[in-house]
Design a binder for this molecule. Structure first.
Ligand code: HEM
Ligand code: HEM
Length: 183
């Protein structure tokens, strides 16, 4: 059976979102190691990347509903089900984690800047006690998100190196998927 690749727009969105998520996570983790003077702009960058993830994910979901994914490659029913559940979990995390972060910032009374272009004022009342709980939830959920994304990436790499199928190559730009007869 010929392999159909993901369309270019889906591939671009997948990798742009993956990079923005990893960068937001990395900045979140290392921000405290920087001198005090650098922490504010790093938080702005962190929050901006997270807001970008929300926007790109909304576009991605809209595009996916109009342009279905290429047919699944042959796999055992349990593997197919596990991949579906993992993808749904990733989509949920791509929206929920930055949204919880946004709420954490607002409830703490922080205005949220989008790449120094626009400021979104907080529409909610300040609540410092709840702010701590929401921030903790944001951080724990972010760690779980990275575990799921890590398993997802390892599964894609295992498909490529061990099963030697087109799962990874059809999600890569500039690569002809294995077993492909057309693009
Ligand atoms: C995919 C998106 C995101 C990921 C993976 C992520 C992850 C993280 C991580 C790992 C931390 C580290 C906290 C620590 O160890 O102290 C953090 C903190 C934080 N994040 Fe996010 N975040 C994301 C998006 C957002 C967004 C969109 C906002 C707000 C608009 C936001 C607001 C915050 C705030 C306010 C903190 C606490 C900063 C502090 O007080 O030290 N995050 N986030
Ligand atoms: C934070 C990082 C990542 C996120 C949030 C993410 C999210 C997603 C989502 C939601 C899908 C489902 C696409 C759909 O069918 O609608 C997907 C597919 C895919 N991702 Fe990722 N991904 C990330 C990182 C990676 C990495 C690092 C790799 C490779 C090493 C990778 C390889 C793939 C592949 C090959 C597919 C297609 C799977 C298939 O055809 O069944 N992803 N990703």
């Amino acid at each position: 059976m010929p392999t159909r690749r993901y369309d270019r727009f889906t591939i671009s969105l997948h990798w742009a979102i993956a990079l923005a998520v990893i960068a937001a996570y990395g900045i979140g983790l290392v921000r405290d190691e920087f001198p005090k003077g650098d922490r504010a702009w790093l938080l702005t960058l962190h929050m901006s990347l997270g807001l970008l993830v929300i926007a790109l994910t909304v576009v991605r979901i809209g595009w996916r509903s109009m342009t279905p994914a290429p047919e699944a490659l042959p796999a055992a029913p349990m593997v197919e089900l596990a991949a579906k559940i993992a993808h749904l979990g990733l989509y949920a995390a791509m929206l929920a984690i930055p949204l919880i972060g946004l709420f954490a910032a607002w409830i703490r009374g922080r205005p949220v800047d989008f790449f120094w272009l626009a400021t979104i004022p907080s529409p909610v009342a300040l609540d410092t006690a709840l702010a701590k709980t929401v921030k903790d939830a944001h951080v724990v959920a972010a760690h779980l998100f990275m575990v799921l994304a890590g398993v997802h990436a390892l599964a894609a790499i295992a498909h490529h190196l061990v099963l030697k199928d087109a799962t990874l190559s059809r999600m890569l730009p500039l690569v002809t998927p294995r077993g492909s007869r057309f693009d």
